[in-house]
Design a protein around this ligand. Structure first.
Ligand code: SAH
Length: 217
């Protein structure tokens, strides 16, 4: 019964928050219909997991609002053969959505407790195409680069050059860039002749902290 309840909440979430705001990629919509978001938050918050807002996941961090996850994922234009780098594993929810749509996901989280929880849950749910590590993601993952897509789920003062260099030609990166309180969601596409940038609109993320992000306070 509980499973049916959450499935119904997911259908409603996709219809009223995601499709209604113009997300059309059928693969993204399907991944969001399928992925059990309530398992990525603490038990006390499970009934709120399909609401139109971010939720706390501990350590002062948040799981992003469903619409933002859909918008960022659609912007990555993933195909089944793609290798994706994610910075900011957090709860692992965005990671799971990416794992549904790509060949392999490399995800980096700087906080050990979140890394361990997400790793465990992703394993339990059978996401075997996820490679996770605990470190500063602002350096990227040089040994596994280049990537067809890079997603940064924390706000940066600017797009780290090290990351841009780890995109394939034709690769796409989505990253929130701005100050500590508000950012612009940027989509950067690497072409032969350089980087083409599009502004997807305003957003608000927790800070990307690291060598090429914000300094730790
Ligand atoms: N996508 C996640 C969002 C988590 S919030 C979700 O849906 O749950 C952003 C995460 O980025 C936090 O967990 C934070 O600890 C992490 N983070 C911040 N700076 C980082 C860095 N330099 N490298 C890796 N992770 C980082």
């Amino acid at each position: 019964m509980v499973v049916v309840k959450y499935k119904r909440l997911r259908e409603k979430m996709v219809k009223t928050q995601i499709e209604a705001r113009g997300i059309q990629d059928p693969r993204v919509l399907e991944a969001m219909r399928k992925t059990p978001r309530h398992l990525f938050v603490g038990e006390a918050l499970q009934d709120q997991a399909y609401g139109d807002f971010p939720l706390p996941i501990g350590k002062d961090q948040t799981i992003s609002q469903p619409y933002i996850v859909a918008e960022m994922t659609q912007a990555l234009e993933l195909t089944k053969g793609d290798r994706v780098l994610e910075l900011g594993t957090g709860s692992g929810y965005q990671t799971a959505i990416l794992a549904e749509l790509a060949f392999r996901v490399y995800t980096i989280e700087r906080l050990r407790e979140l890394f361990i929880n997400a790793r465990k849950l992703l394993d339990q749910l059978g996401y075997h195409n996820v490679v996770a590590k605990c470190s500063d993601g602002t350096l990227g993952w040089p040994d596994e680069s280049p990537f067809d897509a890079i997603i940064v789920t924390a706000g940066a003062p600017e797009a780290p050059e090290k990351l841009v260099q780890q995109l394939t030609i034709g690769g796409r990166m989505v990253i929130p860039v701005g100050n500590r309180f508000s950012q612009k969601l940027l989509k950067m596409c690497r072409h032969e002749d350089g980087i083409h940038q599009t502004d997807l609109g305003g957003c608000r993320f927790v800070k990307l902290i690291g060598k090429h992000g914000w300094k730790e306070e």
